[in-house]
Every structure is written in structure tokens, then in C-alpha cells.
Design a protein around this ligand. Structure first.
Ligand code: ATP
Ligand code: ZN
Ligand code: MG
Length: 503
């Protein structure tokens, strides 16, 4: 048999009338197996025994897993034993649970799981066995989720090393560049920016801030406002629940900045802490750990998750679609670690994030409109050398036409905008910078957050306009002399603040 579940039930008393038990267990087991496996498979109670207040039993099945049958059986036993003998089932646990399944491939290296288990492969067939699983694991389908996780890990191993599919969409028009320097180095030299007080954060002085806000104005006036996007203002902290729904929590836990709350605001409780600060002039870390709880939320990673939360459980009228909104309030925070570089890759950055919801046709039309407006900005207002590429993580490629060669079939997926940075070397060999992107994700998030349309399918997507990246791209190509800047940009920029002179 594919699946074998050996379970132990603890009764509320050991004074059972055994004669009654035998036909009861057999009947209840076969009813429960039939009902929970239905037409999907077959199953049987292969053995059982009673010892004091414990019943041990083994259920086997093919085509479906037996734990639902076990739980149904426990419910019936409790009811019937309660009625006839005033005895209930107090607890249930799995002593051993073995499942066999097609893993979709053979693993290339060992696969780990965070619960005690053994895992063996015969070709592409996996046999996974857990010992001593609590009732919660059975009620909550942990075994099915572990099976899915093994399948996912096997698949990921197959794609290791080729993280992302990349295919050129809109090639770059070659431009001459006055910029030759790393723009962050140059801004540092001019004291326009200062490396922030904590990791990967920057302070922008008046001149850099003015250019940065000019970029924001251009994005709003040239792209978002003409296309009818409305601004929303969202909180800076994301709940764990939101990030669980989007998949970010399981996907990127090492990239978050976690936020914690004090356990109390009572000054009396903080007295030792404040006294120690006064006497030692140090941060009393042990005392701080005692007075601050574990992380209770995450600093905004991207804005769209909280926008989906705002819409969760709601139905959008046909008149509200396509819904076009954007946030520029929440600041994105990511632990980039070794990847940090200047203002291009920072731990705290500022994005305008347009989010759109509508029918698939509405979103495809909107994507065309966005592509046009962005092209206008990068060609005419900023005069950049840029290109776009169709990108998708390799392991997602099988679904939804992602990564397909036929352009017409490219419906769901992400378009990256990349810019040539002259200071990094020649066009062919240097790494271009992704300075923004644009995605349509289908119904992934509308489903996860139960957002519906008055009628028909509801899709969504978002676009990340990274202001630090727009700014560094522009300065890397156009240099620091306003006389070299395109006239449309100069109009938006107006007069630059006078540089602050530091002596
Ligand atoms: P990358 O591949 O460069 O790490 P990403 O795929 O993680 O980028 P997204 O999550 O898609 O980026 O975010 C969209 C936009 O946010 C990017 O196009 C870029 O403009 C900006 N962005 C992302 N990470 C950073 C960062 N560390 N510093 C500055 N801007 C960033
Ligand atoms: Zn997004
Ligand atoms: Mg990244």
C-alpha cells in the first residue's frame, strides 16, 4: 500500500466492554475510509488492538491519504462510545505515518525537512515516513504540505544555478554618454550624500534630494497621472499574516527587517535601563532584550502586499475596474547584506508602486499603456540608454505561459527595465542595472486575499519604480553638469539648491 498510518488513541477510561468494541471499530473504520477516500482511492483497517485506555490501529490506503479517515473515525468512536459507555477519545497521535508519492524527479542531493523523518527515493518515487506526529499535524494536513515541499525542493534542485529566465524584449538604442564615474562616488565627493547612520541607508542632502524628488515628479506627472492612477497612503509595517498570504514570508525571511515592540511603556519598568544609560553611556543590551518583545511585524519590503490587504475580502464594482492606485509613502527595506553597492543597492529605498486590478483584457491593455508612457519618459524626458527583458524565476516557468518564446503568449510575468552604466565597463560585458519592473501576476494575489470582481475573472499586477535607481542611472549616463542634461529634464528640475559648503 502507498500510505500506512499507525495511530494511537487515548480513551478517557480503561474500563471498556471489549465485546462491544470489536464490531464498532471495524464498522466505524470502514465507514470513515469510504467517506473520506470516496472514489479517489481505497483503504482498509489492517490491524488494531486495545490495551488499557489505549487503542492502537493501522490504516492503509491507496490513492488518497488516510489521516482524514482516522479523524472521522475518532469522531464517530467518541460519539458512539460516549453514548453507550460514557467513554470518550481524549487524544490521538500518529505513531508512524508513511506515504509514497511521485516526486516529479530524482533528487540530486539530500533533501532536508524540519520535522523528524526518513526520506528515501527509488528513482522518482519518494517514501517519506514521520514518527510521532501530534493531532494538530493530522488535522492541519502537515503531511500533505511536507509532500508538496519535497516535490518543490526536487524541482528547485533541477533549476539550481539558472535562477532566472531572461529574454530581450525591447533592445536599447545606443547613446553617447558624458558620465564615466560611479555616481555614488561622485555624490560623496560633492557631499551631496552621506552613508547613513545604520547599514545600507543614505542621507540625501538638499541637492541630491532635489534631483530625487524631480524623478518622483516625472514619474507621477508623465506616467501615473496621465494613466489615471490615484495615490493611496499605506502603513510602513507589514503583518506576518499579509506576508504569509503573498508567500514572501516563506520565500524571503532572510531579507526582512523585523520590527519589535516594547513589552511595557511604564517608566518604572524602564528605570534600570535609563539609569544604566546615564551611568555607563552604553546601550544596556541585556536589559533591552528583557524589555522588548520578539518581532511582531516586518518593515515594508514592497508596497503591494499591504495594498492587497486593503482590498481583502472585498468585491470591486465593474465601474471601479480597472482599479489603478499607487503608494509612495511606505519606504522599502531589505537586508541586502553582501550585495549592497552605493545608492544602487541599498537596504532602505524609495519606490512608487503602482498596483492595478482588472479583467485580463484590461490589464493587458494597461500594460501596453504603461510600456508606452515609460518609453516616453526614458527616451524623451531622461534620454537614457535602456532596454527591457522578459524575466521569470526558472522554477515558475512551467505555469501560465511564463518564459515562453512566443511573445503573444507572454501574459503573466515580469518585464525588467535595465540601464547601461558606463562606469561598469563596455555594453556587452558589464552588468546592466535593473532600474524598475512591471508585472502581471494573474489571479495569484486576488485569490490569496479573496478580492473579487462584480463579474468575471480578477487579475492584478504591479510595477516597482525605484527612485534611487532612476537617479543613479541618470547621473551615471548624463553626468553631473546640468548643461549636459536633456531640456525636458531641466524643465522639471528647475534651479538646483546651492551645494552646502562644509569647511
Ligand atoms: P534586484 O534583482 O536588483 O535585487 P528585485 O528584483 O529584488 O531587484 P523588485 O522586488 O522587483 O526588485 O523591486 C522592484 C524595483 O525596486 C527594482 O526594479 C528597483 O528599482 C528597486 N529595488 C529593489 N531592490 C533595491 C535595492 N536594494 N536598492 C534600491 N532599489 C531597489
Ligand atoms: Zn509589487
Ligand atoms: Mg532583490
Amino acid at each position: 500500500m502507498e500510505n500506512v498510518l499507525e495511530a494511537e488513541l487515548t480513551l478517557s477510561s480503561s474500563s471498556l466492554e471489549r465485546g462491544l468494541l470489536e464490531p464498532l471499530v471495524d464498522r466505524v473504520a470502514s465507514e470513515a475510509l469510504q467517506r473520506s477516500l470516496g472514489a479517489r482511492g481505497t483503504g482498509s483497517l489492517s490491524s488494531w488492538a486495545v490495551n488499557g485506555d489505549r487503542i492502537t490501529l493501522t490504516l492503509e490506503s491507496e490513492g488518497g491519504r488516510p489521516h482524514q479517515a482516522l479523524l472521522a473515525m475518532v469522531r464517530r468512536l467518541s460519539e458512539e462510545l460516549g453514548r453507550s459507555q460514557k467513554i470518550g477519545v481524549r487524544a490521538v497521535r500518529a505513531l508512524r505515518y508513511r506515504v509514497r508519492f511521485a516526486a516529479g524527479g530524482a533528487p540530486q542531493k539530500p533533501i532536508s525537512l524540519p520535522l523528524p523523518h526518513t526520506l528515501a527515493f527509488e528513482g522518482e518515487t519518494a517514501t517519506l515516513e514521520f514518527t510521532d506526529l501530534p493531532e494538530e499535524a493530522l488535522r492541519d494536513n502537515w503531511v500533505d504540505r511536507a509532500v508538496q515541499l519535497v516535490v518543490e525542493k526536487v524541482k528547485r534542485q533541477g533549476y539550481a544555478g539558472k535562477e532566472q529566465y531572461w529574454s530581450l524584449l525591447h533592445p536599447a538604442s545606443r547613446k553617447e554618454h558624458v558620465g564615466t564615474h560611479d555616481p555614488t562616488e561622485e555624490m560623496l565627493k560633492r557631499s551631496w550624500v552621506r552613508n547613513g547612520p545604520t547599514k545600507g541607508k543614505w542621507f540625501l542632502g538638499p541637492t541630491a534630494a532635489h534631483l530625487f524628488r524631480t524623478m518622483e515628479r516625472i514619474a507621477r506627472r508623465e506616467v501615473l497621472e496621465p494613466l489615471g492612477f490615484w495615490e493611496v497612503v499605506q502603513p510602513h509595517l507589514d503583518s506576518f499574516e499579509i506576508l504569509q498570504k503573498t508567500g514572501h514570508l516563506e520565500g524571503l525571511p532572510g531579507e526582512f527587517y523585523y520590527a519589535a515592540e516594547p513589552t511595557t511603556r511604564d517608566p518604572a519598568q524602564w528605570e534600570t535601563f535609563t539609569d544604566l544609560v546615564k551611568i555607563t553611556h552604553r546601550v544596556p543590551m541585556e536589559e533591552l532584550k528583557r524589555l522588548v518583545g520578539p518581532p511582531s511585524s516586518v518593515l515594508c519590503y514592497a508596497q503591494c502586499p499591504t495594498i492587497y490587504w486593503w482590498l481583502s475580502g472585498r468585491t470591486l464594482s465593474a465601474d471601479s475596474l480597472p482599479l489603478k492606485i499607487y503608494d509612495r509613502t511606505a519606504v522599502s527595506n531589505r537586508y541586502e547584506s553582501g550585495g549592497r553597492h552605493g545608492l544602487e543597492r541599498v537596504d532602505e529605498f524609495h519606490r512608487l508602486e503602482p498596483v492595478y486590478l482588472g479583467t485580463p483584457e484590461q490589464l493587458l491593455a494597461l500594460r501596453e499603456a504603461l510600456l508606452k508612457r515609460y518609453a516616453h519618459v526614458f527616451d524623451t524626458v531622461l534620454d537614457l540608454e535602456w532596454r527591457t527583458a522578459w524575466v521569470t524565476p526558472f522554477y515558475l516557468q512551467q505555469s501560465g505561459g511564463v518564459g515562453v518564446e512566443d511573445v503573444k503568449e507572454r501574459v503573466k510575468g515580469t518585464i525588467d527595465y535595465e540601464a547601461y552604466l558606463p562606469y561598469r565597463g563596455d555594453r556587452e560585458h558589464s552588468e546592466w542595472l535593473e532600474f524598475q519592473n512591471l508585472s502581471i501576476v494573474g489571479d495569484k494575489y486576488t485569490k490569496a486575499f479573496t478580492i473579487r470582481a462584480q463579474k468575471g475573472e480578477l487579475w492584478s499586477g504591479c510595477s516597482g519604480i525605484g527612485l534611487e535607481r532612476w537617479l543613479t542611472t541618470f547621473l551615471a549616463q548624463k553626468g553631473f553638469n546640468p548643461a549636459d542634461w536633456p531640456s525636458k529634464f531641466r524643465e522639471y528640475c528647475g534651479e538646483l539648491p546651492t551645494d552646502v559648503e562644509f569647511l
